[in-house]
Design a protein around this ligand. Structure first.
Ligand SMILES: [Zn+2]
Length: 183
């Protein structure tokens, strides 16, 4: 299984590792190895070894806090102070260390704590700044992914036109066609 990175923000892509939240919740970080794989695919770190079950639980808890805070921001609702505290705690540690090897190559090193610090910092940057006003909920039910709408007109509706956008358009087309037949 491969992860999708279509939210235009690291923290929101992380939040989306729990999919279809309002219907058949689908956990994508089932095992510690899944989290290690996600961090590498997300470009957070070059490699992550020996993630424990406790660390996976910590990562999931941070993810849920980020999701709830982003959802609150998208809906103009107040933030939960425990969620804020969890993001603060994660971001209080030093993040993944970046070392420029040469032009075009950077080494990213760190363990779980550093990775969670980088994710916490990413969420802090998003939720504390003006980009929080661009957080949108995908219109392609049952998808529950949040994304940043960077379109000039502010009209982006789907996390991904290719998956959610085309699925919804196809369903609408089938509906229209059926109605045509009936009338
Ligand atoms: Zn979607």
């Amino acid at each position: 299984m491969s992860f999708a990175f279509v939210s235009d923000h690291l923290a929101l892509d992380f939040a989306a590792t729990m999919a279809w939240r309002s219907t058949r919740r689908k956990e994508l970080l089932v095992e510690p190895l899944d989290f290690a794989r996600w961090t590498v695919e997300a470009g957070v770190v070059d490699g992550l070894e020996a993630v424990s079950q406790a660390e996976l639980a910590k990562a999931r808890a941070l993810r849920e806090a980020i999701y709830r805070l982003a959802l609150a921001a998208a809906g103009g609702k107040p933030a939960d102070s425990e969620d804020i505290a969890r993001v603060q705690q994660a971001a209080s540690h030093p993040p993944v260390r970046l070392t420029l090897q040469t032009v075009g190559r950077v080494e990213r090193r760190g363990g779980v704590q550093e990775v969670l610090a980088t994710l916490g910092a990413s969420a802090s940057d998003l939720l504390g700044g003006s980009d929080r006003l661009l957080i949108r909920h995908c219109a392609g039910e049952p998808c529950t992914r949040l994304f940043i709408d960077r379109s000039r007109a502010g009209t982006r509706r789907w996390c991904s036109k290719r998956s959610c956008g085309s699925r919804i358009n196809a369903a609408a087309y089938r509906r229209r066609t059926r109605e045509d037949v009936q009338t």
